[in-house]
Design a protein around this ligand. Structure first.
Ligand SMILES: [Cu+2]
Length: 689
């Protein structure tokens, strides 16, 4: 591929390099332009405007974020989100300690420590993970490179950023000692911020604090590599205004190990192992006023998980086995009444054992990737109880009935999931590729969907304000997926529209609970709230189109962007699916010189009228916001960054942003949709050595 040294054409080359691999969209950097596999890489400096790695995902076609707080971003891809999307952080599946996903997987990797974030566009290959019904997203932390000789060298990276909105600062440091065989590294980050603002005032509570610290050792020679990594993560007092409580802490450690050996026949054996433990405290009275002293609650939750995977790849074939286990606990307490407790989840276990095979081959002009995966999901939960069974009258009687029903139910459940994925591509000309894919993907119920025995909002961050009841007897979701698109890649123009259709049988969705005891209890505990929903199997379909494009207008000026549209509907009723991203286009014009560039971006979002009545979802209007950004490299090692997000301080509501649950928000009514962020001027610096 022809390359020039101007940064402009570098952009074009990177983009067309992406188009050469239509099945897997390679990594897009923070600027949405650089690719990790490309030698001519533009500086991958994350935007200093946000501490949250999730924000960066929005630059990928079809991807978006459900936001419940400044650090609580839930990945959405083509209308599927939460447990339906397989998010891996440094190759590891992280299980949130919070049953409401306050500590989402992406919250474990601060934006300042992020190296790349990437997405398997379209149908994720079965080798990318278990339960990939909504795709696979990979977030990778920055690590020093191995050296070129036996001599050890000291390398590192420091980043710092400040954003005026919320007085937000974030900083990280990475230090490594490496030679051609060994790599030692240490890294850490500090994120702090006060309450964020919009044009009409403050959004309470949106303060945040998070520290991370980690280190590791890696080895490589010609045929073997191994890596060990330990990571400590400590999120402190952080608001989640879209949820009924806020984070007081979410902290823990995770460890990963990887090993790879290449044999003389070209075969490659790889193994990975991981362990995670996290503890979490949340409450509804430290960062927000409680309804009353009587309604003060805090919850202590924890998770332990571990994972193991092995694979052997030879001659285009890959054979692999994966297993992981996660064990969740959550108890709710009342600070004013030491006798009060509710076991929400007691040793809720979700264990997966999986085998897969995948084959990549060429058939005529077609490149084919075909995969088959079988996964056994074994779930169980211990018996629960609550002090509320002692409550007088119907309250105590209802709690007793729900507890006994749950404890006598068949809590041990096994599911068998079968995934098949076929991805095809073929060149139609030297500049045009056709892409097609077909898949059957399955997902078993989450522990929240299965084991929530009392009407509460512990729903992995759905944030729709409804109380939910679990359902022990849920069937797995089965999706049939079709992907069709083309990638047009010329040196100065690229365009890759893909259309998709997902037909999902047994889609797990809250429908009005018919459990009279739960409904009565929910009404007694939360007067005025709608009757609870219960997780049930329904039928759904999602379809849409998304595209990635660029045009090199002149030698120095580039236009690029993405457009993402998805429609999510029920097939068994006339309702729509909940929290579906509205039609969104990102359009950027940028001017490039060798050591600086400046960009002006428009983010245009259509109204969302296609809302879920079942979830009591509210419509949102359309809007456009404009962002300015600039990078300057005074030397090869230093990048300075400045920008303004939401330049015109436009007041808008992000459809994926949730509703205000906090009664002391001076300018946002309770139950009103939370506003998007107002104008924020930011500066940042990145130093590599
Ligand atoms: Cu929580």
């Amino acid at each position: 591929m022809k390359r020039t040294l101007t940064s402009l054409l570098c952009l074009a080359v990177v983009s067309s390099a992406q188009a050469d691999h239509p099945i897997q969209l390679p990594t897009i950097s923070v600027d949405g332009v650089a690719g990790e596999a490309t030698p001519l890489t533009l500086p991958a400096v994350p935007t200093a405007a946000t501490p949250d790695a999730g924000e960066l995902l929005k630059q990928l076609p079809g991807a978006n974020i459900n936001r419940n707080g400044p650090l609580t971003s839930i990945a959405q891809y083509r209308g599927l989100f939460g447990d339906r999307v397989n998010v891996l952080v440094d190759g590891m599946k992280i299980s949130p300690a919070c049953p409401n996903s306050m500590d989402t997987p992406l919250s474990y990797i601060p934006a300042t420590r992020l190296d790349t974030i990437s997405l398997y566009r379209g149908i994720a290959p079965v080798s990318s993970g278990m339960e990939t019904i909504g795709g696979t997203i990979l977030a990778r932390s920055k690590k020093p490179e191995f050296g070129n000789s036996q001599d050890f060298e000291f390398h590192g990276n420091a980043r710092a950023g400040y954003a005026e909105n919320g007085d937000t600062y974030n900083t990280s440091i990475l230090a490594g000692l490496t030679n051609e065989n060994h790599r030692f590294h240490l890294g850490g980050s500090i994120d702090r911020g006060d309450d964020l603002e919009f044009d009409g005032g403050e959004i309470l509570p949106t303060e945040h604090e998070r520290d991370t610290f980690g280190g590791g050792y890696a080895f490589q020679n010609g045929s073997q590599s191994a890596a060990l990594h330990a990571e400590h993560h400590d999120t402190g007092v952080t608001g989640t205004p879209a949820l009924p409580m806020d984070i007081i802490y979410a902290k823990g450690d995770h460890y990963t190990g990887n090993f790879k050996n290449t044999f003389t026949n070209g075969g490659e054996f790889s193994a990975k192992i991981s362990y995670q433990k996290a503890d979490h405290l949340m409450n509804n009275y430290s960062l927000r006023p409680p309804h009353s002293m009587m309604m003060r609650r805090f919850a202590l939750t924890d998770v332990k998980s571990n994972g193991l995977g092995i694979a052997y790849a030879v001659s285009g074939w890959t054979f692999g086995a994966d297993a992981d286990r996660a064990d969740h606990n959550a108890d709710v307490f009342n600070p004013g009444n030491p006798m009060f407790f509710v076991n929400t989840y007691n040793n809720a276990e979700r264990n997966r054992y999986s085998l897969f095979t995948e084959k990549k081959f060429t058939a005529g002009t077609w490149e084919v990737e075909a995969g088959l995966r079988y996964t056994s999901v074994k779930m169980d939960a211990d018996k629960v109880t609550t002090s509320m069974v002692m409550a007088p009258g119907m309250m105590g009687a209802n709690f007793t009935t729900l507890r006994d029903n749950f404890n006598n139910s068949d809590r041990s459940q096994d599911e068998n999931l079968v995934d098949v994925a076929l991805n095809f591509s073929r060149p139609l000309s030297s500049q045009l590729d056709l892409v097609a894919g077909f898949a059957r993907k399955e997902r078993a119920a989450s522990y929240q969907e299965r084991y929530l025995w009392v009407p509460l909002e512990a729903t992995a961050g759905l944030a729709d304000g409804n109380n939910y009841m679990g359902n022990v007897d849920l069937d797995p979701e089965t999706a049939y997926q079709i992907e069709l698109g083309f990638d047009w890649h010329r040196p100065r123009v690229g365009l890759s529209p893909h259309i998709f259709y997902h037909r999902i049988n047994d889609y797990i969705q809250g429908t009005p609970s018919t459990n009279m005891v739960a409904n009565m209890l929910s009404g007694m505990m939360a007067p005025g709230k709608p009757a609870p929903l219960q997780f049930n199997n329904v039928d759904a379909e999602l379809y849409g189109i998304d595209a990635n494009w660029f045009v090199a207008v002149t030698h120095n000026i580039q236009l690029d962007g993405t457009i993402s549209y998805v429609r999510g509907e029920r097939r068994d009723t006339s309702d729509n699916l909940y929290r579906i991203a509205p039609l969104t286009a990102r359009t950027k014009i940028s001017y490039h010189q060798t050591n600086w560039h400046a960009g002006f971006e428009a983010v245009t979002v259509a109204k969302q009228n296609q809302i879920s009545d079942e979830n009591h979802e509210k419509k949102t209007g359309g809007y456009a916001i404009f962002n300015l950004s600039a990078n300057y490299q005074p030397t090869n090692r230093i990048t300075l960054q400045a920008g303004v997000n939401n330049l015109f301080d436009r007041e808008y509501q992000d459809h994926l942003g949730g509703y205000n649950r906090v009664s002391n928000n001076p300018n946002i009514a309770k139950g009103e949709r939370l506003p998007g962020l107002g104008r924020s001027v930011y500066i940042g610096m990145n130093i590599d050595w």
